[in-house]
Every structure is written in C-alpha cells, then in structure tokens.
Design a binder for this molecule. Structure first.
Ligand code: ATP
Ligand code: MG
Length: 268
C-alpha cells in the first residue's frame, strides 16, 4: 500500500459485561503492541472508571477535554486526544467519571446509540486501528461502542460462570448487528489470566474452544503480576517490563491480531 493511501481505521470494541475479565488490560497492552508493530493506533476510553486513561499515564484531572465533552458537547475529538508518552504511534482519548452521566442524559435522545459512531467518523482517516475499552455493562456506552465498531474483541477469564455471561453478550452483539450495525463481526475471544496449573482454567478453555472454535485466539494471556502492577505506574507492560511474560504475550497477540487482518482482507 502506498504512503499516500488514505487510512481507514478498523474500529474494534473490547467488550464483556462481566467485570474484571481483562478488558482494560487488553485494551492498553494490545493497543501498545499494535502501535509498536508500526500501526497508528487510538485507544478510546469509554469506561467512566477511566482505567485505560490512567493506565496509559494520562492524568484526567489535568486534561481540558475528555470523551464526555466529545460525545455530549460536540467538542472535536482532536481537542481531547493526547499522545501516549514513549509509545510512538499511540494516542488516547481519555475519559472522566462524568461520563457516567451519559447513560442517563442520552436516554431519551434521538439516535442515542450513534453518538460514538458520529464522533469517531472524522478520525477514521487518521488511524489504522481504533480500540474502544467498554465498561462492564451492556448499557448505552457499550451499545454505542458496538454500533461504532467494525468488530468486537471479547476478553474472558477462564472461570466457572464465564460461558453463561458470554451467551448474554452474544445476544447483545446480535441485537446491535440486526438493529444498528450490520457490519459488526466478532474479532476474537481472548482467554485472559490463564493459569496452566489450574484444572478449572483448562476445562473452561476447552469448553470455550468447543463453542467458538476458530474465533478463539491461539495466544492466551497468562496470569502475570507485572500486568497488574504496571497500571499504577501509568505504563503499558511493554514499557514497564518488556521481557515479562505478560508483555510478551500481548506482543504475540498483537502479531496474531495483525495476521488475522491480512488473512481476512487479502492484504492490509
Ligand atoms: P472492569 O470490568 O472493571 O472494567 P476489566 O475487564 O477491564 O475490568 P482489568 O481492569 O483489565 O479488567 O483487570 C482486572 C484486574 O485484573 C486488574 O487489577 C488487572 O490489573 C488484573 N489483571 C488483568 N489481567 C491480568 C493478568 N493477565 N494477570 C494478572 N492480573 C491481571
Ligand atoms: Mg476495564
């Protein structure tokens, strides 16, 4: 592809209404890996908890604008986007706890599911990939992300109730696809916090693979203490401890992610 070609970003939402399954850890570290592999990447933090923003070292108390302003007040996203320190090609659109109000404020707005899609539209030519970190619910913010996305990546922890929650998520994806966004596909399921010594982990992984077969990433993310430490330093694992198994697993995931794009489009 020539350098003059217009980029059209692929938009990937990271969603699972179950809390604490590794959505944000994956958003931060996959976005970093894909940027380090040479792609221009934006991470949109669509969870009012703001963990993706702080995990990338953005101090939301100091930013003038954040996602809430872009979605609700019509502030241009360029006004809110910040570059991530030390990671070339990676930018973040940070959020703030105020975003929690969006779920209520937009409840009676016309086309309330399309606010994110409209906001992202003018950014599509600036990036190769736009990742959206979703909150742990299937509320309006997640519906907005799924409506704006080309694909959804589902991080899941290998534990007993994982599959139960998954069927609810699959129903929501189908609903969004049928009602608002026919192009939406499943990018892949990612097994996170994998513990090889734990028999239950192994059984759940087998079960997920039985149901979702080739949609499950070959790369699994092991439980790794470095991955849980690095957010408090505001750094992705690939900066905090690049040699750690956590950082290396996300780099491998980045490669697998990009390889899947080539095989699904016959080029990039
Ligand atoms: P929420 O639903 O609250 O947004 P989440 O799905 O985004 O949560 P994370 O915040 O990424 O999940 O992860 C939950 C916790 O588990 C965090 O403390 C994180 O640091 C830790 N964690 C995530 N992945 C791993 C891992 N592979 N190894 C060890 N700890 C991890
Ligand atoms: Mg999160």
């Amino acid at each position: 592809m020539g350098s003059t070609a217009v980029r059209v970003a692929k938009v990937v939402a990271l969603a699972n209404q179950k809390g604490g399954v590794g959505k944000t850890t994956t958003a931060i570290n996959l976005a970093t890996a894909v940027a380090m592999l040479g792609k221009r990447v934006l991470l949109v933090d669509s969870d009012p908890q703001g963990n993706a923003s702080s995990g990338l070292g953005v101090d939301v108390k100091k930013v003038r604008h954040h996602l809430y302003h872009c979605l609700v007040d019509g502030v241009a996203p360029a006004e809110a986007i910040c570059e991530v320190a030390e990671v070339k090609n990676l930018s973040a659109l940070p959020t703030h706890i105020d975003l929690i109000g969006v779920e209520v404020e937009l409840i009676s707005a016309a086309k309330r599911e399309r606010y994110m899609e409209r906001m992202i539209q003018p950014l599509l030519s600036d990036y190769d990939y736009i990742f959206i970190d979703c909150p742990p619910s299937l509320g309006l913010l997640t519906i907005n992300a799924l409506t704006a996305a080309d694909a959804v990546l589902i991080p899941m922890q290998c534990e007993y109730f994982a599959l139960e929650g998954l069927s609810q998520l699959v129903r929501t994806i189908r609903l969004v696809k049928n009602s608002y966004n026919p192009k939406l596909t499943v990018e892949g399921l990612l097994l996170t916090m994998y513990d090889r010594r734990n028999n239950l982990t192994h059984q759940v992984a087998l079960e997920v693979k039985k149901h979702f077969n080739n949609q499950v990433y070959r790369t699994v993310i092991p439980r790794n203490v470095r991955l849980s430490e690095c957010p408090s330093f505001g750094k992705p694992a690939l900066l905090y401890d690049p040699r750690s198994t956590g950082a290396q697993s996300y780099l491998q995931l980045g490669r697998e992610f990009l390889k899947n794009q080539r095989s699904s489009t016959g080029g990039e």
